[in-house]
Design a protein around this ligand. Structure first.
Ligand code: EPZ
Length: 417
């Protein structure tokens, strides 16, 4: 695994266009299975997780090519409904293919998705939703075998607003006969993007972005072109970096509403923020003040994925900030690495008390997971001296050209082999 080398303490300044959203392109790549023709996806980020999803589509028999930020999928030649274990292990969120494969072929065989760095990643809500639509599901030797002679529209109430379960339910419901109403659905912007893709394909879906999504099953078209929405978590990452390193950042190609909670936190921490259309401008003198409490919640609450980078930024704030993590059990694995840089963070269950220190000190650290790894980069940019971040494969799952983007802002950062 590669390393990043960062000489911190430099002011950052510049303009960045925000990459397409990983958590939008992945479910939409799955949805392309339902199009018995060509899907053209624009603004796709160049990420390891996207490569893994493309490999799964190719394994299923689809033609998949990439040209720059555009991905072309022809799902007419789909030949199998099974994803082998090693492809499932490449990407934790491969379960997002379940509903589409089942809807398209009447069967889906996937290995049980393992846990991940964030802790167990159960899929009980996914399976409950598919059973409601008429699927029979067996767990056999580590595999999930789903079958459905016929999917029938149903009322699906999710016990909790799971993003992936909402997406799998939508994808299977499009192929069901009759109407499906999903209640307590996740409201993330990526769900809206998935609905927009499916509606372009001829699906009758309404309600994405609210807690109730209604789907009327029916045939889909044979060609869709769709531009992937901007990545709100990557946007919050760059804003957190400039907030603590100090400087000025303009982000373009962004939907400010999608990062409202992160912008409010950064404003309360002392950053100057302006929102102008699809641009956000932040300036910071690097002298932040503590904010509390920051509680992670399903959208439109503060996103769990933006928590690590905001924690990193507040390690050098005046005062003590309190974070409460309500989504993932092992979200704080990156904290030990921040402590190696001199951060003062106390953990008590789901709570993290972050007491600002004057400066962090560069040292060697290792990414524990995708967003925790990004937090170490944020900390390294603000720290005195040199920081090396190892295990950066985690980071490259979700950030397209992080090093290039930060160098364009004046950061002294380079990727070591
Ligand atoms: C999506 O994961 C995102 N991934 C995650 O982003 C994000 O953190 C998460 O939503 C929450 O916003 C993608 O979209 C590819 P969930 P997902 O189902 O769908 C529990 C990143 O860094 N749960 O909403 O897996 C689960 O254990 C990644 O980009 C069940 O109990 O998240 C968790 O505690 C990390 N049973 C909570 O719900 C289920 O059947 C939220 O999970 C499903 C989930």
């Amino acid at each position: 695994m590669g390393k990043l080398k960062i000489n911190g303490g430099k002011r950052l300044e510049g303009t960045l266009a925000v990459q397409g959203a990983k958590n939008s392109v992945l479910p939409i790549l799955s949805a392309s299975i339902l199009i018995a023709g060509e899907s053209i996806l624009k603004n796709c980020p160049d990420l390891k997780d996207v490569d893994a999803a493309m490999a799964i589509l190719r394994h299923l028999g689809c033609q998949v090519t990439r040209s720059g930020k555009d991905i072309y999928i022809d799902a007419r030649t789909l030949t199998t409904s099974q994803i082998p274990d090693q492809l499932m292990r490449e990407m934790r969120s491969s379960v997002i293919f379940l509903g589409a494969i089942l809807g398209r072929t009447g069967e889906a065989v996937l290995s049980m998705p393992g846990g991940c760095e964030l802790g167990p990643r159960p899929i009980d809500l996914h399976l409950k939703a598919l059973r409601a639509l008429g699927a029979t599901i067996e767990e056999r030797g580590g595999n999930i075998v789903c079958r459905a002679e016929k999917l029938r529209g149903a009322a699906i109430n999710l016990d909790s607003p799971s993003v992936g379960a909402t997406e799998n339910a939508m994808l299977a419901a499009v192929c069901a006969t009759g109407e499906t109403v999903i209640t307590n659905a996740a409201r993330e912007p990526e769900i809206v993007d998935l609905q927009n893709f499916l509606v372009k394909a001829g699906a009758e879906i309404t309600g994405a972005g609210t807690s109730t999504i209604t789907v009327s099953g029916g045939p889909l078209g044979v060609q869709v072109t769709h531009k992937i929405l901007p990545d709100r978590i990557v946007a919050a990452t760059y804003l957190s970096a400039v907030a603590c390193a100090g400087g000025r950042l303009e982000l373009t190609d962004i939907v400010p509403d999608h990062i409202e909670t992160a912008l409010n936190c950064l404003r309360n921490a002392g950053c100057q923020i302006q929102v102008v259309g699809d641009r956000v401008q932040l300036s910071s003198d690097g002298e932040l003040r503590a904010i509390s409490p920051v509680v992670t919640r399903p959208y439109p609450g503060f996103p769990t994925d933006a928590q690590p980078c905001l924690v990193a930024a507040l390690t050098v704030a005046q005062g003590t900030s309190v974070f409460i993590e309500t989504i993932f059990r092992n979200r704080y694995r990156y904290v030990d690495e921040l402590r190696r840089m001199g951060a003062d963070i106390k953990l008590e269950g789901r709570a993290a008390m972050v007491t600002g220190v004057k400066r962090l000190t560069g040292t060697s650290v290792a990414a524990t997971d995708l967003r925790g790894g990004a937090a170490l980069v944020v900390a390294g940019l603000a720290a005195d001296g040199e920081t090396t971040v190892g295990e950066i494969d985690h980071i490259e799952r979700g950030y397209d050209d992080l090093t290039g983007a930060l160098r364009r802002l004046g950061a002294d950062i380079s990727r070591l082999a």
